[in-house]
Design a protein. Structure first.
Length: 149
């Protein structure tokens, strides 16, 4: 992310699988002042709390062996769906002209999923990415981390 300047008006999206912060720089590149424009939350409990059944079994053929089927990772699926929702919201915002440039910050899994779903109109406005989980940090710490990047 070297070389990214948080000039006035740049948006910063900080997301993970459960929370997203839409921030706008009201300051300049020397003294950024990120303000929360929108915040999204989604309940995403661990998979063990989302699935109730035991993993399935399937027959290996004429022999009497039975193999376990891998359990569905509901937690991961929910993270991917939330990333899709963020990407869709970014498209609507970009199409309305809410931002000209945006920086994406998310854990690698969520960032990768967002990248896959970003519309071309949003892709052209992405000026930087940070593959970290920063949703639990206060805004002033996010500013410091971005300035150091």
């Amino acid at each position: 992310m070297t070389g990214v300047r948080l000039k006035h008006g740049v948006w910063v999206i900080v997301a993970d699988g459960e929370k997203a912060l839409f921030l706008k720089n009201e300051g300049d590149s020397t003294y950024p002042n990120l303000n929360v424009v929108r915040e999204l939350h989604e309940e995403n409990p661990p998979s063990r709390e989302q699935g109730t059944d035991q993993p399935g079994r399937m027959s290996d053929g004429p022999s009497s062996h039975r193999s376990a089927v891998e359990e569905v990772d509901w937690h991961r699926i929910a993270k991917e769906r939330f990333a899709d929702e963020i990407s869709e919201r970014l498209y609507k915002m970009a199409h309305r002209g809410d931002f000209e440039e945006v920086v994406l910050i998310a854990p690698p899994l969520v960032l990768g999923e967002m990248r896959k779903k970003l519309h071309k109109e949003v892709e052209s406005k992405v000026i930087g990415e940070v593959a970290k989980t920063l949703t639990g940090h206060p805004v002033y710490e996010i500013e410091k981390i971005l300035m150091a990047a």
